[in-house]
Design a protein around this ligand. Structure first.
Ligand code: APR
Length: 249
C-alpha cells in the first residue's frame, strides 16, 4: 500500500510540474499582444511530445518559429556570450536593444527545461536530458534553432556584448560563435559592434586573439568595431533606464 501511495504521489508531482510549465509558458506568452498563446503552446508541444528526448532535431521547432516568427529589428539586435545577467539587466528596461530572450519565444522559454517521452503524450519538466547529455535534446535544439532564426533576421548595425573578464570572449564552442556569427549576412548586416564588458582587473581588451578570429569569421563587407566598457558603466545604465542608450558607451 505504501508503495502505491508513493508511486501515486510521485506521478501527481510529476504531472503537476508539467502543468506548471504550461502555466508559466502561457502566462509569459500573454505579456505579448496579438498572439494566440494556445496555438503557440500546441506548436511547442508537437516538437517534443512522444519523441525520444535525445532525438529532437532543430527542425522540429520550425512550426513553432512559423507561429511566432522573429521579426527583424534593424540596428537594435543585441547578441551576447558569457554576459547573460549583465546584458539582460541592461535590455530589460529599455527598447534600444533587443536580445533573443526579450522576444516572445525567447522570454517564454528562458530558464525552462522540458522534454517528451516515446509513447507518451505528455510534456515533462524533470528527468529530462541536460544540455550536454546528448546533442539533440529538446532544450538545446530549441535554443540552437532560435539562435539561427534570430541571427538570420539580423540587420543594420548589430551589437554583441562579450565578457572581457575571461581569456576567450569569443569562444568557438559558444552559440554566438558556432551559430549566430556564421548566419550574419552582409546583404543585411552593416556592422558588428562588440561591447567588451570589463572589470577592474580586466584580463582582456579589444586586441584579444579570439576577437581577431571573430573579425575573420565575418562575411566580407560587414564592418567591425570593438569598444571596451567598464561593467560599472553598463550597470549604471541598467539602473537608470531614462539615460539615453547612446550615452552608455
Ligand atoms: N548547460 C546549460 N545551459 C547552457 C550550457 C550548458 N552547458 N551552455 C550554454 N547554455 C545556455 C545557458 O542558458 C546559457 O546561459 O546558453 C546560454 C548562453 O551560454 P553562453 O556560453 O554564455 O553564450 P552563448 O553560447 O554564446 O549563447 C548566447 O545565444 O542565447 C543566444 O542570442 C543569444 O547571442 C546569444 C547567444
Amino acid at each position: 500500500l505504501l508503495l502505491i501511495v508513493v508511486v501515486v504521489v510521485l506521478a501527481l508531482t510529476l504531472s503537476q510540474k508539467a502543468d506548471n510549465l504550461k502555466r508559466t509558458f502561457i502566462a509569459r506568452c500573454e505579456k505579448f499582444q496579438g498572439y494566440d498563446c494556445q496555438k503557440i503552446w500546441v506548436a511547442f508541444e508537437q516538437a517534443h511530445v512522444g519523441r525520444d528526448p535525445c532525438n529532437v532535431p532543430m527542425e522540429a521547432y520550425d512550426p513553432l518559429f512559423a507561429e511566432a516568427p522573429f521579426k527583424p529589428a534593424c540596428n537594435r539586435m543585441m547578441f551576447w556570450s558569457k554576459t547573460k545577467d549583465v546584458v539582460h539587466d541592461f535590455t530589460e528596461n529599455r527598447d534600444c536593444f533587443l536580445t533573443l530572450e526579450d522576444t516572445l519565444l525567447g522570454s517564454v522559454l528562458d530558464g525552462l527545461t522540458w522534454c517528451g517521452k516515446k509513447g507518451s503524450s505528455e510534456t515533462f519538466s524533470s528527468g529530462c536530458p541536460g544540455w550536454k547529455d546528448c546533442e539533440k535534446n529538446p532544450v538545446r535544439s530549441f535554443w540552437n534553432g532560435a539562435s539561427t532564426a534570430f541571427a538570420d533576421v539580423a540587420c543594420g548595425d548589430v551589437t554583441a556584448m562579450l565578457n572581457g573578464s575571461i581569456t576567450t570572449p569569443f569562444s568557438p564552442t559558444s552559440t554566438f560563435a558556432s551559430i549566430e556569427v556564421k548566419r550574419f549576412n552582409s546583404m543585411r548586416v552593416e556592422s558588428l559592434n562588440v561591447v567588451l564588458v570589463t572589470r577592474k582587473n580586466a584580463v582582456t581588451n579589444c586586441t584579444n586573439a579570439s576577437l581577431r578570429n571573430l573579425q575573420e569569421e565575418l562575411d566580407d563587407g560587414i564592418k567591425y568595431n570593438c569598444t571596451e566598457v567598464a561593467e560599472s558603466q553598463v550597470l549604471d545604465c541598467s539602473s537608470d533606464p531614462e539615460k539615453p542608450c547612446g550615452a552608455c558607451w
